[in-house]
Ligand binder design. Sequence first.
Ligand SMILES: *Cc1c(COP(=O)(O)O)cnc(C)c1O
Length: 241
Amino acid sequence: MSGLGQQHRDRIAANWAAVVNDVANAATAAGRSPGDVKIIGVTKYVDAETTAALVDAGCYDLGENRPQVLWEKAESEWIDDSVRWHIIGHLQRNKVRRTLRHSPIIHSIDSSRLLDAIATESVAQNKTTDAMLEVNISGDDAKTGMNVDELKSLLEKFGPSAGGVRVIGLMAMAGWGTEVDQARDQFAKVRALSDQLKDQTEHPLTELSMGMSGDFQAAIAEGSTMVRIGSRLFEGVMDAH
Ligand SMILES: *Cc1c(COP(=O)(O)O)cnc(C)c1O
């Protein structure tokens, strides 16, 4: 339950309803079922109380890019325990243990050392962690993620039966300042890479985490199964906070 003022709660509920509607329309336009695209509410811009208002509106998948903030919110009195957390930014290996206590889906595996650390700690915590490999498809040096060669060698090294982790898909962001049609080309490349890796490896790779507030329609047209939406959900609320 959120302690936020009613006006802001209403605005967040309206923003959520609009995003749900737009995502469903984009899926339908792409000949897909709206249920095939999960919306991750990215709450990195707002505090725990504001985050709780989004949960009250019906968003039970929350993404944070900083592990410490995820811990704080997951452990705060405001946020419902039924939330599924998603880590969408760089995860330092020394933060893996505390992060995994909250059983998040990890979108942003950017090295084999991190994947190994997650696998080891997951086994220690007696759980299996769903993880995605972050691919730098734009070739943009400022972007995080692995290039295609790094990603392939990681998948060869880390077999599907290694334990502790299931590699469920790929995550990508369009390059900075990319126009929407260029973003769509980049998303198409990620999808093609995913199809290729599905043929070449035994990893499940059923998920594609791509698309943000500015480009989710293009991502859904290219097969995204998880869109990570932040700023659109907090329009009219963020600057007031
Ligand atoms: C902030 C962030 C998002 C959400 O971006 P918006 O443009 O605010 O929707 C999605 N993915 C990642 C990795 C992010 O850091």
